[in-house]
Design a protein around this ligand. Sequence first.
Ligand code: ZN
Length: 325
Amino acid sequence: MTPMTVSSPGSHPVSSPTPCSPWRSGLASLLSVIATLAPLPLLPSLIGVTVAAVLITPSSAVQALQVQVTPNTPSLGDTLSVLIQTPVPASTQPTVQVGNKRYPAFAIAPNRYRAFVPTTPLSRPGPLSLVVSVEGQSQTVSVALAHRDFPTQRIWLPPGKDDLEGTDYEFDRVDAFKQIVSPEKLWSGPFLRPSNGEVTTVYGVRRYYNGEFAQDYYHRGVDYGAAMGSPVVAPAAGRVALVGRESQGFVIHGNTVGIDHGQGVTSILIHLNSIHVREGDRVQAGQVIGTVGSTGVATGAHLHWGLYVHGEAVDPVPWRYQGME
Ligand SMILES: [Zn+2]
């Protein structure tokens, strides 16, 4: 910004500012007089005055952000949608910080941004502080994250059977896939069920192994029991960002397809029999991407679908039934 941008010589006669009250006649005209008369070295301080004057103008940057969080009574596993309305378009990406994690917000309309914040069965119920930051301004919003009971399973493993390990290769690739955050929103509308088999294990099931509660375990997706070879479809539009095969080291996941839906939302479909897509393919909601199988660690033919938001497996149910626009 320079003094020239705030001075308007045409509308402010610089020859006759009111001597006793130059501020009333407009800072701009005063500045234009000084700019005309001042030697060059004074200009930097002039610019400082101009910037300060702009900052105390009540119309733009000082106004409060408007923040809306849905659902307003979230419980463990829900995805929080944080809508941010700014008085003027933000020149940098707004963010929402929860604990030590910072989530990006993406533009959904002029002056409107939206960030997704995942919660899981491992999140701590109680007050959750969301620090919304836009261009140096912050606003803290608190929501009450409700406890939720998940079903439990008791698994009994004979000695020596609980040490099955995957390969570094598969975990590195799956971890990298789950961290993808691409700015474009590729899905629209509620997500589809990826298999027409019945749900055999819901999201969030907790486990006891040999009588001991597994603190870090929860079922990170939904299982569908379906016939070997039956179709598996993309639950929503996206880009195929991961194809992994049992024959190449995906010993736990088995044949795997990962779909990037954009804005930190990803789907992983595992234990497939066959795979009908390649990395980089764009897929539409409902498009067949492979078939149900029992590759990897699976006790029978079924599809496991995991829905991830910024790397955390969230409950797909709200995405299936209400949708997240
Ligand atoms: Zn599963």
